[in-house]
Design a protein around this ligand. Structure first.
Ligand SMILES: O=C(O)CC1=NCN=C1
Ligand SMILES: [Zn+2]
Length: 402
């Protein structure tokens, strides 16, 4: 799977592959891809007969660093209490904020490390990690430092995003702009200490308006950050158009994206990161219009949106099934959306998302006969072996001999 850039629109149907292939790995890099072992010397050989071998998956939208959990909200969801109503009542994101503020940096590190281990075991080798559960300088920095420590110590490759503008904390309820100014005041520190490459904002009813978002992201752009937006997730405010207007690297969710917004994404090259697991978990019937986006020439990526409230799952393989059945994406489009397009959505197009000579050996061997199989056989983990930087980091856990 090799590409000289993100795959947009109809190009997403391209999926170069080899049958009966051989992949050579040395010193963390892919050194050979061919159809014969003639003349090949190797210390270790893994027999992949009947198996599928792909690049490591890229999850370009997660909130993986957080304290606590929100299973107690499940009952409210079952009673039909909307997500934004739970937030308005001081729950939702603000509940996780309370739990994250009181958690130590080390506890957040251990907890996120556990989630990253699980993501690796599902075949993910690069992950975007957002802050946004601090909503005060101290805790936002704490979250970002955890992500930085994980990037330095965990097998997983992380890309960090500052999402200080995730919700309005209780203490600023009367003055959202003062809160946004406080978050903007962090950007110089974040840049200086290299705590994040991207800045994101939750543009949503009851959170931040399009105009507040435009101002916030424009200032972040002036300081050299890449931009992302949680756009049109629940109410169609027009965050999609804003993302395109600002030249954001990605616009995420897009359930309510308008025809105009979709056209603008195709023109600006802003990548549409779709999160069908969240739409499923929020109990919505209407999913993002992936088919229209692809037909209009938009570059589409997929992600879990792993977070404790609206999508508490690390299982990116399940997202493949949602993408097939509810977004109506083809297997070829899904695989591009989870590898090459996902890598470009977080600025790692040159480092991740492809299986090609000279690239980092992030490779997954799947217990699957072909690439159609993963979206089809759902809810289980098909990973046989995950190779990260040329080293085996996860193997299928066989039944333990009793
Ligand atoms: O609810 C959460 O914790 C994560 C989220 N942010 C925006 N939508 C969902
Ligand atoms: Zn999110």
């Amino acid at each position: 799977m090799e590409s000289d850039g993100p795959r947009a629109g109809k190009d997403m149907q391209q999926l170069p592959m080899l049958e009966e292939a051989v992949v050579g790995i040395k010193d963390g890099k892919v050194t050979y891809i061919g159809e014969t072992t003639e003349g090949i010397q190797a210390d270790d050989i893994i027999d992949c007969q009947g198996k599928l071998v792909t690049p490591g998956l890229v999850d370009p939208h997660t909130h993986v660093v957080f304290g606590g959990s929100r299973e107690h909200e499940m009952a409210l969801k079952q009673q039909g209490v909307p997500y934004l109503e739970i937030l308005k009542q001081g729950g939702g994101i603000l509940s996780t904020v309370e739990q994250t503020r009181v958690a130590s940096e080390d506890h957040l590190f251990e907890k996120a490390s556990f989630h990253l281990d699980r993501m690796l075991s599902y075949g993910v080798t690069t992950v975007e990690a957002k802050s946004g559960y601090g909503l005060d300088v101290e805790t936002e920095v704490k979250q970002l430092k955890v992500a930085k420590r994980l990037q330095e110590s965990h097998a997983m490759d992380l890309v960090s995003t500052f999402l200080g503008a995730h919700a309005i904390p209780h203490e600023f309820k009367e003055d959202p702009q003062a809160f946004l100014d406080e978050m903007l005041g962090m950007l110089d520190l974040i840049k200086l200490e290299e705590l994040a490459e991207f800045v994101d904002i939750f543009t949503e009813t009851g959170v931040f308006t399009v105009e507040q978002s435009r101002d916030f992201l424009s200032k972040a752009k002036e300081k050299g950050f890449g931009l992302k937006i949680h756009a049109d997730e629940i109410d169609p405010l027009g965050g999609t158009e804003l993302a395109a207007d600002l030249g954001a690297i990605s616009a995420d969710h897009l359930v309510g994206a308008s025809d105009e917004g979709i056209k603008k994404l195709a023109q600006s090259g802003t990548i549409a990161v779709l999160l069908p697991g969240t739409t499923f978990y929020l109990g919505k019937e209407t999913f993002a219009r992936a088919r229209k986006m692809i037909d209009e020439g938009v570059t589409v990526a997929l992600a879990t949106d792993f977070n404790p409230g609206s999508c508490p799952t690390e299982n990116i393989q399940l997202i493949m099934t949602f993408a097939a059945l509810r977004l109506k994406m083809t297997p070829e489009e899904i695989w591009n959306a989870m590898t090459v397009n996902a890598s470009y959505a977080i600025g790692r197009g040159e480092q991740a998302g492809q299986l090609a000579v000279g690239r980092k050996a992030d490779v997954v061997i799947w217990d699957a006969p072909n690439y159609f199989y993963l979206p089809y056989h759902y809810g289980v983990n098909h990973v046989n072996t995950v190779i990260k930087n040329g080293l085996i980091v996860s193997k299928r856990r066989d039944i333990v001999d009793t």
